[in-house]
Design a protein around this ligand. Structure first.
Ligand code: CMC
Length: 389
């Protein structure tokens, strides 16, 4: 047999042809279906972008209205899922709740197995995108021992999410429009990112013939890790541990000595400023206008300054990534750190669904089965128990 190419982390292996998301990591470019991320973040809503990812084109007004209606219709969770939620310990990580509940969706919607039927596929994609905010809000409120709040059909996707999370009483909930817009922008920026670790997990699990829900629950598991979606939670922890601007140089020395990593810095693909980080940095200002400034922002800005100037980071081409500033916004919006990765998973669902759909309809695809380079023993004689040391 010819020796397989050794490529840990698939750094140099393309596993698919894809027309969804384009990244030029050298130039710091990110486009969905050919549209620059900055334009989408400025002009679109999250559901518009989800439609774009799924259909390949931006919706016209009638198509968008229809899509919003379909998503709104499917926001409720199956009643019995509340029994599943009740079984988790009160301090269960919301990502664990999300992962298990999305897997459990398959038992409520077994028609997801008919993924070759475009109508069944579309229905289940709609269900998943519609229910993710509800699930995320329920997971959050369970941890706080607060009663669940059902979706309110009169609110848009992000506003409804905020009200399911934070509504304090029966009065209608009105979030500041600037906060709702910041949420839309964050959701747009997180919607897809081509063949990252979680998308690869979704495609791999789909490759053995799995439904959308089982495949996306694998994606949620992959996203949970601190080197992927969990980095935004890790950034806040890092900022809090550093605590003040005068302790930044000591922290940087620790990073250079290999004691720790600067979370929210570096990226497998971007060897330039992550275009999402640029947009988020602007949103930080908008959000802090409403909520007041988080003092940790000064620590983050100082870290970034060192990172952009210090030879250690410059020579390795390490720049702030999407997670560097997002945690500061999430905290200002009132989210506890364990919810940060959930706020990545909810919008990434549209990307996973688009990638799942592309995979399922791609005749080039096969079951994923990488090779290995075996380094163990050659064949040897079996040793009976009495003859073993
Ligand atoms: N802090 C300090 N050193 C770093 C960092 C960092 N954040 N990232 C990479 N390096 C160093 C690394 O030690 C290595 O140095 P050397 O060549 O001397 O051994 C060099 O840079 C290359 O690193 P790598 O680990 O081979 O790079 P990778 O492409 O495998 O890893 C990464 C990419 C994102 C996992 C990594 O940069 C990292 O751990 N960053 C911190 C975690 C983080 O912010 N993750 C979020 C990624 S963006 C959102 C997402 O995808 O979910």
């Amino acid at each position: 047999q010819p020796l397989a190419t050794f490529d840990p982390g698939f750094v140099n292996t393309a596993v698919c042809h894809s027309s969804i998301t384009y990244i030029d990591g050298e130039a710091g470019v990110l486009e969905y279906r050919g549209y620059p991320i900055a334009d989408l973040a400025e002009h679109s809503t999250y559901l518009e972008v989800a439609y774009l990812l799924l259909h390949g084109e931006l919706p016209n007004a009638a198509q968008l209205a229809q899509w919003e209606l379909e998503v709104t219709e499917h926001r409720m969770l199956p009643d019995k899922l509340k029994t599943v939620l009740a079984g988790f310990p009160y301090d269960a990580h919301p990502m664990t709740i999300l992962m298990a509940s999305v897997a459990a969706f398959f038992s409520f919607y077994p028609d997801a197995q008919n993924f070759d039927d475009p109508d069944a596929r579309y229905l289940n994609i709609t269900r998943l995108i519609a229910k993710m905010p509800t699930l995320a809000a329920f997971a959050y409120r369970k941890g706080k021992a607060k009663p669940y709040i059902n979706p309110d059909d009169s609110y848009g996707y992000c506003h409804n999410f905020l009200q399911m999370l934070f509504k304090q009483n029966e009065r209608r909930y009105h979030a500041d429009p600037r906060l709702i817009r910041a949420m839309e922008v964050l959701f747009i920026l997180h919607a897809d990112h081509e063949q990252n670790c979680s998308t690869n997990a979704v495609r791999s699990v789909a490759s053995s013939g799995n439904d959308l829900f089982t495949s996306c629950s694998a994606g949620i598991g992959a996203l949970h890790g601190p080197l992927h979606g969990g980095a935004n939670e890790a950034v806040l922890k890092m900022l809090r541990e550093i605590g003040s601007v005068d302790r930044v140089p000591e922290f940087i020395e620790g990073v250079k000595a290999g004691k720790t990593r600067m979370m929210g810095f570096g990226h497998r693909v971007y060897k330039n400023y992550d275009p999402r980080a640029k947009i988020i940095k602007k949103s930080v200002e908008d959000v802090f206008e409403v909520t007041g400034v988080n003092p940790l922002l000064r620590v983050a800005l100082e870290l970034e300054k060192h990172g952009l100037e210090d030879d250690y980071f410059v020579s390795r081409r390490l720049y702030p990534n999407v997670d560097f500033y997002s945690g500061l916004i999430y905290e200002a919006l009132g989210f506890p750190p364990e919810m940060f990765t959930v706020l990545f998973a909810v919008p990434r669902t549209s990307g996973w669904a688009a990638q799942y759909q592309e995979f399922i309809t791609d005749s080039e695809q096969k079951i994923v089965r990488p090779k290995q380079i075996y380094t163990g023993y050659q064949t040897r004689s079996y040793v009976p128990m009495e003859a073993r040391d």
